[in-house]
Design a binder for this molecule. Structure first.
Ligand SMILES: Cc1ncc(COP(=O)(O)O)c(C=O)c1O
Length: 496
């Protein structure tokens, strides 16, 4: 015999015993109203007559009478005593009309919220969201089809059962110890980051790292040097602290320290993506790194190193992190698992320059969201410890390199006269440069109407205008999809 599922009482069903209205009629009217307003949906199972009778303190007969009436009028189907369901046959229009009426009635009472300008652009909320199918050339998205979800699920099964119960309670807001240990090991070995696990705070992706830095460290009117063009999530976090932004051009060796030193002699923070500048793609040279560190030291400034996709290097040996070259503990290092595993995981890490800095971050993180989800942290730590992480990186490096080469070859062959594109030694996207007469924002809008997701370069510009360009992600798409995407883009560009 199947196990009886405990049912919860329905909300908003109250019988008025003093009203004089027959009890079955009251219950009938309340259920009918709940169905017509859409609160009870088609095919939804109703609680049993026994549950209603217990919860409402009415006889079972009263409930049966109400059900019978609803059944006669076609609001519910099934068999009283064996399972009754809301009918599917009430036209949506009727339900929607009722909903619209109640919304219209209430609208005037709802105060509207105006988002403060300090939060900057709304780009982040719209960016990279796919409702049905992931569309080429969405950038920063790994190949979700190639993630070893079966291994991930096996680890969940094993650890969800055997993990000590204590781990499921409130724990340190800095994160799960074995995960911090695994990350520290990885960073020391593969990124030349100079750290121990005590300097690490587990965060919900790098965006939370940027937000925490701005909450904990940034003060109103602080001077923040940003790469121009720049990731708009960074700009928004800086603006939310009401700090001032100092745009600094980027060249083939990374952020122009000469420009910054000349124009911004008093920086408090410098934000940079040295492994793979976002979005232009340059890798910061060693000499530029040394110069940048000197600039920070001289001004007693902090450097924020956002190492968002450094795992994907296709040419030469990886350069050590800026953090690893820092002798005076001025670099705050941010890493994420969004690119190397999958963005929906929402896990990343901050490596703070000293153990003493951890406590203020831990306090603020606990105020924001208490701690990151434990089961995901446990699974991830096992995934790293058991070697699946480095194996996945190796596999993806080969796949992504192939995809980049394929995309560039297709772009050159199909649209070589309309755009210019160069290989990128790292990362997950390339920039396709357009002739000056093109409007990259307009092309992005037309691309969207044609099923493509392409970010225009101009969206990331802070101050220094550049040629129009398209940010083209390739990692999440197989060759067929890249090819189809290039053909659609070619048509769009030709029509301009
Ligand atoms: C440069 C850069 N930093 C940070 C992020 C944020 O990543 P997440 O919050 O998913 O870790 C992104 C995402 O695309 C990025 O491009």
């Amino acid at each position: 015999m199947p196990k009886q599922i405990e049912e919860l009482p329905l909300v908003g069903i109250h019988i008025d015993f003093a009203s004089g209205i027959p009890l079955y009629k009251q219950l009938y009217s309340l259920l009918r109203e709940a169905i017509l307003s859409g609160r009870l949906k088609g095919e939804q199972k109703l609680p049993s007559t026994r549950t209603f009778s217990n919860d409402l303190k009415v006889s079972r007969n009263t409930v049966v009478q109400a059900f019978e009436q609803l059944m006669i009028e076609g609001y519910i189907t099934g068999k009283i005593g064996a399972g009754t369901y809301v009918t599917n046959e009430i036209p949506d229009k009727y339900i929607l009309d009722r909903k619209a009426q109640s919304v219209a009635k209430n609208k005037s009472k709802i105060p509207s919220i105006k988002l403060d300008k300090k939060f900057g652009s709304t780009g982040l909320i719209h960016r990279n969201i796919s409702e049905d199918k992931i569309a080429p050339f969405q950038n920063g998205l790994p190949s979700l089809d190639d993630f070893p979800f079966s291994t991930w699920l096996k680890i969940i099964n094993k650890n969800g059962t055997y993990l000590p119960r204590l781990q499921f309670g409130y724990k340190s807001s800095t994160g799960y110890e074995p995960l911090k240990e695994a990350i520290a090991n990885y960073l020391r070995t593969y990124r030349a980051v100079n750290c121990t696990s005590e300097q690490i705070i587990i965060i919900n992706g790098s965006q939370q790292g940027l937000d925490l830095i701005s909450r904990v460290m940034l003060k109103e009117n602080d001077n923040v040097v940003l790469e121009d063009p720049c990731y708009f999530g960074t700009k928004a976090s800086v603006l939310s602290a009401k700090a001032s932004i100092f745009p600094t051009p980027v060249d083939d060796e990374g952020i122009s320290v000469d420009y910054a030193a000349k124009h911004y002699p008093k920086p408090d923070f410098i934000y940079t993506t040295p492994s793979h500048q976002f979005p232009l793609g340059s890798t910061m040279s060693i000499s530029r790194r040394l110069k940048l560190l000197e600039y920070a030291y001289k001004n007693d400034a902090w450097i924020i190193e956002d190492d968002y996709d450094s795992e994907f290097r296709y040419t030469g040996s990886p350069l050590p992190s800026l953090q690893g070259m820092d002798k005076l503990n001025r670099v705050i290092y941010i890493g994420t698992f969004s690119k190397v595993l999958f963005p929906g995981l929402r896990l990343g890490y901050l490596v703070l320059p000293s153990v003493e800095m951890v406590n203020p971050f831990a306090i603020v993180k606990s105020l924001v969201d208490r701690q990151s989800p434990i089961l995901d942290q446990v699974v991830l730590s096992k995934f790293i410890e058991e070697g699946h992480f480095t194996k996945h990186i190796r596999k993806m490096r080969i796949l992504y390199k192939e995809r980049q080469e394929f995309l560039i070859a297709e772009l050159k062959r199909e649209a070589g006269s309309l755009l210019e594109v160069k290989p990128s030694g790292a990362g997950m996207h390339v920039v396709a440069w357009l002739p000056d007469r093109f409007d990259d924002k307009k092309i992005s809008v037309i691309a969207k109407e044609n099923g493509l997701v392409i970010s225009p370069l101009s969206e990331y510009i802070l101050k220094f205008k550049r040629r129009p360009g398209l940010i083209m992600g390739y990692t999440a798409f197989n060759k067929d999809r890249l090819k189809t995407g290039v053909n659609i883009l070619k048509r769009i560009l030709k029509a301009q």
